[in-house]
Design a protein around this ligand. Structure first.
Ligand SMILES: Cc1cc2nc3c(=O)[nH]c(=O)nc-3n(C[C@H](O)[C@H](O)[C@H](O)COP(=O)(O)OP(=O)(O)OC[C@H]3O[C@@H](n4cnc5c(N)ncnc54)[C@H](O)[C@@H]3O)c2cc1C
Ligand code: FES
Length: 265
């Protein structure tokens, strides 16, 4: 099936500061809102019309869809995201998407969603496709100020477990420790064929999660990040090693991969 990709000028509705370096950008983008799937991303032109810096568009996951609008949850780390943080209501921003392959929803399973840091962005969107009574969400961050969408997930009625590095909210420790506990509990009465894990977060967390799921033979999909120049498979800028040799393009083959596709060594 050919996927339609739109290049549009989206209207900024809100750009909400959540903490000193994290923002929620709400854009009116009806074409993208009506077609994007959880786990897909967009490339944003993060510069003024008259400027060429930064030249390349930047990739961002879709964090939420509300009617004609999309939400992007982002952290300011460099020039492009600094530009985004200065956008105000009524500004416009050029946006290309939806891009890549999102999460493949496997029906009638117990879903465990695991998010680390800004990895909450696509995981939060994924909840909207999964049944509340069969879904557990595990969210981790450095501290409670770095946790986002907690109330959004809780208010929808999902079982939520939190881990922070400093113990300021939830369990002190790593999300993968909670994942192991939940898997041990569930495996006793469900068996590994009835569980699927979906995740997004920093590479070391995903590697740890992949090792756990591969050892227990549990289906798992991870959304990965890479530096991207084009976002559509043309520049070879975003490759990761494939398990059976060769390379995968994060933008075109991913960003969501089965853990068994990736070479984690
Ligand atoms: C598919 C995908 C989805 C993403 N979704 C989100 C999201 O929802 N929210 C969000 O805040 N960020 C997300 N990112 C990361 C985001 O694209 C980068 O933070 C952004 O491009 C940085 O642009 P910049 O110009 O501000 O920083 P730059 O000046 O380009 O870089 C500043 C610093 O950030 C590092 N950096 C840049 N890009 C990445 C990257 N892709 N991964 C890791 N480190 C990087 C650089 O090495 C450098 O140290 C996503 C990345 C990908 C590939
Ligand atoms: S970003 Fe160009 S090939 Fe993936």
């Amino acid at each position: 099936m050919i996927k339609e990709i739109f290049n549009i000028k989206a209207l900024v509705l809100e750009n909400i500061k959540l903490n000193p370096y994290t923002f929620r950008l709400i854009l009116r983008a009806p074409e993208i809102a009506s077609s994007v799937k959880p786990g897909q991303f967009c490339m944003l032109k993060v510069r003024d019309q008259l400027s060429y810096d930064p030249l390349l568009r930047r990739p961002f996951s879709i964090n939420r869809v509300e009617n004609k609008d999309i939400h992007i949850l982002y952290r300011v780390v460099g020039k492009g995201t600094k530009y985004m943080s200065n956008l105000s209501k009524e500004d416009q921003i050029e946006i290309l998407g939806p891009l890549g392959n999102g999460f493949k929803i496997i029906k009638n399973k117990i879903n465990i969603l695991v998010a680390g840091g800004m990895g909450i962005a696509p995981i939060s969107f994924l909840t909207s496709s999964l049944p509340k009574d069969k879904t557990i969400v595990i969210v981790g961050a450095a501290n409670k100020e770095e946790l986002f969408d907690i109330d959004y997930i809780k208010n929808q009625g999902y079982s939520l477990f939190i881990a922070t590095d400093d113990g300021s909210m939830g369990k002190k420790g790593l999300v993968t420790e909670i994942l192991k506990e939940k898997l041990d509990e569930l495996l006793l009465d469900k068996g590994n064929k009835d569980i699927v894990v979906y995740s997004c977060g920093p590479y070391p967390m995903l590697k740890n999660l992949a090792n756990i799921c591969k050892r227990l033979k549990i289906d798992a999909q991870v959304s990965m990040e890479a530096k991207m120049a084009c976002g559509i498979g043309l520049c070879l800028g975003c490759v990761v090693s494939k398990n059976d040799g060769g390379f995968l393009h994060v933008c075109k083959d991913g960003p969501v991969f089965d853990v068994n596709e990736v070479n984690w060594s």
